[in-house]
Design a protein around this ligand. Structure first.
Ligand code: ACM
Ligand code: ZN
Length: 782
């Protein structure tokens, strides 16, 4: 259990700390020790400290060093208030930035010596100097990242000698503005933060089924039409980057030694472009950008020469915007059904002699043909292609780098074929669109469960490749932020941080130096740095065993147990007030014998707190069972075709169709849902009857339906929510026997998720059991 702060001043977040004036110096325990992330390759701590002061000057004898010195002088002025001079004459007590192209060190490496007299950073390149400065800033108090002056703080750094260089040359982050747009200002904010942790590649996923996000002057409809979609809720969603904005971001990234790798998805995941120019697809039929998640089967038509002309034109406009060597051509998840049925595609297969064999179908060979043509186009501009690991199918292009995302298999196979590899396997923790806590209380995500420790413990070099002497083909590692469920940039940040910081350490730090326990400690310091950038990072919330629940019923007395996914302090109240850092710390299960409202949240060493969980803890008597004269298996149901976003809208429905259903599943199997959902008719339904409860007790209910009512009480209300991973579980005390049940199902698309894709089940768990089990058809009557 971490020590708690007691004074208001200390308890405050960074922003408030600055307003604490000159009262007692805050404790700031998170600033103790060495907090550099990623951990350097080699470091010796020495006696003494270097004190930064208003008289400290940068010694920057070369123009490149001067640029970096000015960058950091401006930043340090912001938080310390010091006007640090930048000079090319050696300063006595200063920060020397010395670039020596002859230095025997990795291009990105640096040597950092901090002594009481001064700070010396030596490197072969400006990038090395930049990283040396970032390490030096991480030796200073975390408040150095504050955008405003922080008073009452000791701006000193422990003396160290550091020799550092990265484990991998590619240390990447992918952001996806296609599913949900990321404004330029927010992209820059992330680049600011990622550069603190020595991330050097930003993979910018710019084109998708759900939106085309880059201005292409020759094809204006790509942004006029392809950047907008009408969501299932009925409103328009859109956004794109002008070429000027792209140049601005690329330059901003370059100042932070981050290379931008653009991604132009092809030949799949391109429905937005096809919506703008329907002739790009096999059938050429009019369509609209996709409004649901998943894999789209309308793809580009490689049978048509004009499709290649289009891609070449787009590439011609994109290439000058991105000076880096890599160009990402996508290549993933391209269903081949339309190619199979397309005369032009089949003619291309024939003309190019793309025969299927035991390993690959003719259509996979066609995909490979597309990628190889694109590789040649890009090679003319001096670019190297990267593609998702599907580019292995049908044969790898000669010079392609493979991004291994469906596990490590694609990466291993590519390295064995002497191709470079970037590891980004979702199952190994590199997909940061997943949950990092209990899905019943966390914001809805695509699924999966990736704790910080899992991310941290990933090693991008598989043993097989070491054994085979092919490990040098692993050029690096990347984390991906697919944004289907990142509805806002706040949620994107919530998913990115702190997990992306763990990625920086796996990408940089030698394997033997990794230490998760120490990383957990350093994260508490990094959090305060993130506060300086106003980042909405994830703080582990108090969670209940067997599924968190905000409506806890009991009959005599109960006790509530909480854990967090990392060792942080929890505090709570029972008087309805919001917990503060000074509230009662949680040390053991909370005993309750009368109805109450429990509020509980996590507090970090900085005093920053997680959202508050408000839990109604309600003393109940068992709701009595009903006696019925006759009972027939199943439920009665009435349904009305149409899209209903809210249960109250059903009040207006007039054309009810009445029927009976055998199971809860049947509530939503009245139409067939499909992967595209095109032409699928939506409906709303109300099913009623009785559910048989096996024995007296408190039961927890979980469901993705819009509403679940038991004995006339609305137990679950998921109104307006994305219908996945029920986030509104509730419990109720029920006597053995039959109880009235009412289920409201609404067929709609909210947040890109068709509710028809869910199961209509309701799962229940008796309070003393660990697992939820679906209500069985045998338990339902009318
Ligand atoms: C991917 O996640 N489809 C690369
Ligand atoms: Zn075709």
């Amino acid at each position: 259990m971490k020590k708690l702060f007691t004074t208001m001043c200390v308890a405050a977040t960074l922003g408030i700390l600055t307003s604490c004036g000159t009262q007692t110096a805050p404790e700031r325990s998170y600033n103790e020790g060495i907090n550099i992330i990623p951990t350097p390759a080699s470091m010796q701590q020495q006696d003494g400290r270097f004190k930064l002061a208003s008289g400290t000057a940068f010694y920057a004898p070369t123009p490149e060093a001067k640029t970096i010195a000015e960058f950091f002088a401006a930043k340090l002025k912001g938080s310390t208030g010091f006007n640090l001079a930048v000079t090319d004459s050696e300063a006595k007590s200063g920060i020397s930035l010395l670039i020596d192209p002859a230095m025997d060190i990795n291009d990105e490496g640096y040597r950092l010596d901090v002594t009481p007299q001064g700070v010396k950073i030596q490197a072969k390149t400006p990038q090395g100097i930049f990283y040396g400065m970032q390490s030096f800033l991480q030796l200073l108090p975390a408040e150095v990242e504050s955008p405003t002056v922080v008073k009452n703080i000791d701006w000193s750094a422990p003396c160290v000698a550091i020799d550092d260089a990265p484990r991998f040359s590619y240390r990447g982050v992918m952001m996806d503005p296609c599913r949900h747009f990321i404004p330029v200002e927010n992209i820059k904010k992330q680049l600011d933060v990622l550069s603190l942790f020595k991330i050097n590649t930003f993979h910018w996923h710019l084109t998708e089924d759900q939106g085309w996000r880059i201005e292409i002057k020759k094809y204006p409809k790509l942004t006029e039409i392809g950047s907008k979609r009408i969501e299932g809720e009925g409103y328009e969603y859109g956004g794109f980057y002008t070429q000027e904005e792209i140049k601005d971001v690329v330059a901003y990234a370059a100042e932070r030694f981050i290379t931008v790798v653009p991604e132009l998805e092809l030949p799949g995941h391109e429905l937005a472009a096809i919506a703008a120019y329907p002739e790009l697809s096999c059938k050429g039929e009019p369509t609209t950008p996709r409004i649901i998640w998943g894999v789209e089967d309308i793809v580009m038509c490689p049978g048509k020469e004009d499709m290649f002309k289009f891609l070449e034109d787009v590439i011609e406009e994109m290439v000058p915007l991105f000076p880096g060597t890599y160009f990402h051509i996508g290549g993933d998840e391209c269903p081949k059904s339309s190619w199979k049925a397309c005369p032009a595609c089949q003619a291309r297969i024939k003309a190019e002699g793309l025969q299927g064999d035991k390993q690959h179908t003719a259509e996979e060979r066609l995909q490979s043909y597309v990628i190889q043509r694109m590789e040649k186009v890009l090679a003319k501009y001096g670019k190297k292609i990267i593609g998702w690991d599907e580019i292995l199918e049908g044969g790898l292009s000669p010079d392609a780098t493979v991004m291994s995302w469906r596990g490590e298999g694609g990466g291993i196979a590519s390295a064995l074929q002497d191709h470079d590899v970037i590891m980004t396997p979702g199952g190994n923790g590199m997909y940061l669109d997943t949950f990092q806590g209990d899905s019943k209380i966390e914001p809805v995500s695509i699924g999966g469960y990736t704790l910080l420790s899992k991310v941290y413990n990933y090693n991008p070099v598989p043993d097989t490749l070491v054994t085979m002497g092919k490990d040098h083909y692993i050029k690096g590692v990347q984390a991906n932020h697919w944004s289907e469920y990142m509805y806002t940039t706040d949620i994107m940040e919530y998913r990115m941080y702190p997990r992306m910081i763990a990625v920086s350490e796996i990408a940089w730090t030698p394997l033997a130096k990794k230490d998760y326990k120490d990383f957990e400690r350093r994260i508490n310091n990094a959090y305060v740095r993130l506060d300086g950038h106003d980042i909405n990072y994830h703080i582990p919330q108090p969670e209940q065993p067997y599924g968190s629940c905000n409506m806890v019923a009991f009959t005599d007395s109960t006790s509530l147990t909480f854990t967090t996914t990392r060792p942080e302090t929890m505090v709570y109240t029972l008087d309805g007030s919001d917990p503060t850092p000074a509230s009662t710390p949680y040390t053991e299960p909370i005993k309750v014998s009368e109805s109450t409202t429990l509020k509980i949240r996590t507090v970090l060493p900085s005093g920053k707190m997680s959202p508050t969980r408000t839990i109604a803890v309600e003393k109940q008597t068992l709701s009595p069972a009903k006696t019925v004269e006759t009972k027939t298996p199943g439920l009665k149901m009435k349904m009305s075709y149409g899209t209903y976003l809210k249960a109250s809208e059903l009040d207006k429905a007039t054309d009810w169709k009445e029927l009976t259903v055998k199971s809860l599943h049947d509530i939503r199997s009245q139409v067939n849902s499909t992967e595209s959902m095109r032409g699928v008719e939506q409906y709303g339904a109300i099913a009623t009857g009785y559910v048989e409860i096996p024995e007296d007790g408190v039961y927890y209910f979980s469901s993705n339906n819009d509403e679940v009512w038991i004995d006339g009480k609305r137990l679950i209300n998921n109104e307006g929510e994305v219908k996945r991973f029920s986030r509104h579980d509730a419990s109720m005390a029920l006597a053995k026997g039959l109880h009235e049940i009412k289920v409201v199902f609404l067929g709609h698309i909210i947040g890109g998720w068709p509710s028809l894709w869910d199961s209509a089940n309701i799962s229940i768990r008796k309070a003393d059991q660990e697992k939820f089990v679906p209500i069985k058809p045998e338990q339902l009557f009318y």
